[in-house]
Design a protein around this ligand. Structure first.
Ligand SMILES: *Cc1c(COP(=O)(O)O)cnc(C)c1O
Length: 393
């Protein structure tokens, strides 16, 4: 077959299953009120949970970072791209992680996707490593396990007993339990205290991907480990910095020896150009906000918005996922139906993404509503009213 024709058949197949994805062009900053493809919209899509992506102080810090350090880093971290800005950020992140990880060190990455690949390839590369992977894990953890070429055992979602049986039956020298802390498509928390207890009993690593918890959970926004009050040398933690922190990149925090192994061996760290130092510089301001009084205020406003949406939605047919986080999904089921509802919301000026397989299991296509501290009570009320009306139609 002609190669282009082959590709076009694949695309036609996606279209036939209502699986084609389309990008919309945002003309404005990442804020609730946006101009999208030239049209004013109220957005409930982003992971900018604290509204820091367009925060004036963060934007100003990015500008100042560019003045200080220029536009790009010029090389990978191990050649010449590791700037003072990266080093200061890593010290700051290690301080934040210190209550939860003995002898903590932190390593800054360009993206969370790469940080997850790095952890799993560096720790899971041994011939006798087994990665125990939660069924609803993010694609980056699944890809990291593939790249590590380690044996992978998937445990059912939230099933601590099943994981315990798998760990007990394993004779592997290196065991890694990998889980999202907040499941990205349903907003629920993993049972981290129980998972940690299991890992400590079985000599396993607990690898926590806190992409949606860092900045949002815990009194100081330190994330899921702070929320649950966990501390252990068995934990390897990834927090991302492009969601609640509003800028970009990610970090791994772990015992200093683990971080040193990553610097020496993790190919997704070594073979890529260091992120622009200005981003690291801007992140210092994000971290000030997250851990300070302003962050606490943003988180309490966000909690009120989550409670408001919960109180105002009156859905009979569509299923809500019970979630205390700003990720508030509404499961519609069929792909075409989820697309139809998202289009109806869009026609009303409300931008809510429809999430379809393979991002979520087949038959559970959903509206993924995300709230941000930048939303107002009035905006959340508009969304609840529209959803209630559309469901009743
Ligand atoms: C977004 C996300 C990532 C990837 O982080 P990026 O910095 O966007 O590459 C990893 N894990 C989870 C659970 C995520 O939601």
């Amino acid at each position: 077959m002609d190669p282009i024709e082959h590709v076009e058949r694949k695309l036609a197949d996606l279209e036939a299953h209502s699986l084609t994805r389309r990008r919309r062009i945002a003309d404005t900053r990442c804020t609730p009120l946006q101009v999208v493809d030239g049209r004013a919209m109220l957005a409930f899509c982003s992971n900018d949970y604290l509204g820091l992506a367009a925060h004036p102080r963060v934007v100003e810090a990015l500008r100042a970072g560019a003045q200080l350090y220029g536009a790009g880093s010029g090389a990978s971290h191990l050649i010449s791209g590791h700037s003072r800005a990266h080093a200061i950020l890593e010290e700051r992140l290690a301080d934040l992680a210190a209550p939860h990880l003995p002898e903590a060190r932190a390593l800054y990455f360009s993206t969370g996707y790469m940080a997850n690949l790095a952890v799993l390839t560096a720790l899971g590369a041994d011939n006798d490593a087994v990665i125990f992977s939660e069924a609803l894990n993010h694609a980056s953890l699944i890809d990291g396990a593939r790249l590590a070429r380690a044996a992978v055992t998937v445990y059912p979602h939230g099933d601590v007993a099943a994981l315990e049986a798998q760990l007990a039956a394993s004779t592997a020298a290196t065991k890694i339990v990998a889980t999202d802390a907040v499941f990205s498509m349903d907003g629920k928390l993993a049972p981290l205290p129980q998972l940690l207890a299991l890992c400590e009993r079985h000599g396993a690593w607990l690898f926590v991907d806190d992409a949606h918890g860092f900045g949002v959970l815990g009194a100081q926004g330190r994330g899921a480990l702070e929320h649950f009050g966990l501390r252990s040398p068995n934990i390897v933690y990834v927090g991302t910095l492009g969601k609640a922190a509003g800028v970009g990149g990610a970090f791994i925090a772990a015992h200093a020896s683990v971080i040193e192994l990553l610097v020496q061996r993790a190919r997704p760290y070594i073979y890529t150009t260091a992120a622009p130092p200005a981003l690291a510089h801007a992140l210092l301001t994000s971290l000030d906000i997250i851990t300070g009084e302003e962050g606490a205020g943003l988180r309490s406003h966000l909690e009120l918005l989550v409670a408001q949406l919960d109180a105002e939605l009156r859905l009979a047919r569509w299923q809500r996922v019970v979630s205390s986080t700003p990720i508030q999904p509404i499961v519609i089921g069929p792909n075409d139906e989820a697309l139809r509802i998202a289009a109806a919301l869009y026609a009303r000026g409300l931008w809510v993404p429809a999430i379809r397989p393979p991002t979520v299991p087949n038959g559970t296509a959903r509206l993924r509503v995300t709230l941000s501290a930048a939303h107002t009570h009035d905006e959340v009320a508009q969304l609840a009213t529209a959803l209630n009306e559309l469901e009743a139609m």
